[in-house]
Ligand binder design. Structure first.
Ligand code: SAM
Length: 285
């Protein structure tokens, strides 16, 4: 049996009534096309029985779609007090299912929520999209508290997340994401779909935890290695890894890699091998 959805005013009326002039400093590019917000909600897979965390609900276009798609509850974290007021009627209409939390999403720890199956779905504020993603990818324990991430990024960032070795887009973000997750771009969203339109094309990315990580290594080691290697991405590994606190030739040999290879030629498994070798060499001194 399908539930009757509550009657809600058009989003443009909400924006006018609450004077939600978009603020660039808050990365505000709103989605007002309900077909598109519905498509994003569906892209996240079934929502019935899930708690959904949404970052930056703004005037609530995507929030409505998540609730209409059957999310058991939506926890929406919003920094802009004007938007929080605008979400009041939506909260009333979906009694008990929408919890709007005022504050900064960067300080909200999803891992403390406990228990329930959780999906994170958001049209992210682009100025903090990468630190938010890195935070979700770096829980104290794996698997994380979330079952999937369905997120809007600038297309250029989306391409870095899913990139394979061999190109400019491949880098730290690709390795840190793909070590423990699978990631794919689901579809592009043109700038004209937003109000106001940003300067660039966007894309929806789906990220799901792998059943097992590609290797049992320490994230801090992987970060140290990728930072050194991609920090000088055009240099050979024997050079780019020479600033670490272990011998670069010994490290590269132990990982079974070619010392003349460059960072962008090393696949994710290769970086895992380097992180593992790095831990071993530091342990054995
Ligand atoms: N979800 C809405 C939509 O799709 O129309 C708005 C998306 S807009 C790209 C980003 C939203 O994130 C804005 O509502 C903005 O106020 C909010 N925001 C920006 N920085 C934030 C932060 N640090 N914590 C929580 N929300 C933030």
């Amino acid at each position: 049996m399908t539930r009757a959805e509550p009657e809600l005013p058009p989003l443009r009326e909400v924006i006018a009534a609450y004077e939600l002039r978009a603020r660039k400093s808050l990365g505000q590019n709103f989605l007002l096309d309900l077909n598109l917000t519905g498509r994003i909600a569906r892209a996240a897979g079934p929502l019935a029985g899930y708690r959904v965390i949404e970052i930056g609900p703004g005037p609530g276009g995507l929030t409505r779609a998540l609730l209409a798609a059957g999310a058991e509850t939506v926890i929406a974290i919003e920094k802009d007090t004007r938007c929080i007021a605008a979400l009041g009627p939506l909260s009333d209409a979906y009694r008990g299912r929408l919890d709007v939390i005022p504050g900064d999403a960067l300080t909200f720890d999803v891992e403390t929520l406990g228990g329930k199956p959780t999906k994170i779905i958001a049209n992210l504020p682009y100025n903090i999209a990468t630190p938010l993603l890195i935070g979700w990818l770096s829980p104290r324990q794996w698997p994380p508290a979330w079952d999937s991430l369905t997120l809007m990024f600038q297309k250029e960032v989306a391409q870095r997340i899913i990139a394979e070795p061999g190109g400019k887009a491949y880098g730290r973000l690709s390795v840190i994401t793909q070590w423990r997750c699978e990631a794919e771009i689901l579809f592009d969203v043109p700038a004209g779909a937003f109000t106001p339109p940003p300067k660039v094309t966007s894309a929806i990315v789906q990220i799901t935890p792998r059943a097992a990580p590609l290797a049992e290594i320490d994230q801090a080691d992987l970060e140290r290695i990728t930072m050194a290697a991609f920090g000088q991405r055009r240099k050979m590994l024997r050079r780019s890894l020479s600033g670490l606190d272990v011998s670069a030739p010994a490290l590269i040999a132990l990982a079974g890699l070619d010392p003349t290879a460059r960072a962008e030629e090393i696949d994710v498994a290769g970086f895992c091998a380097l992180a593992k070798a790095y831990a071993e060499l530091r342990e054995t001194g």
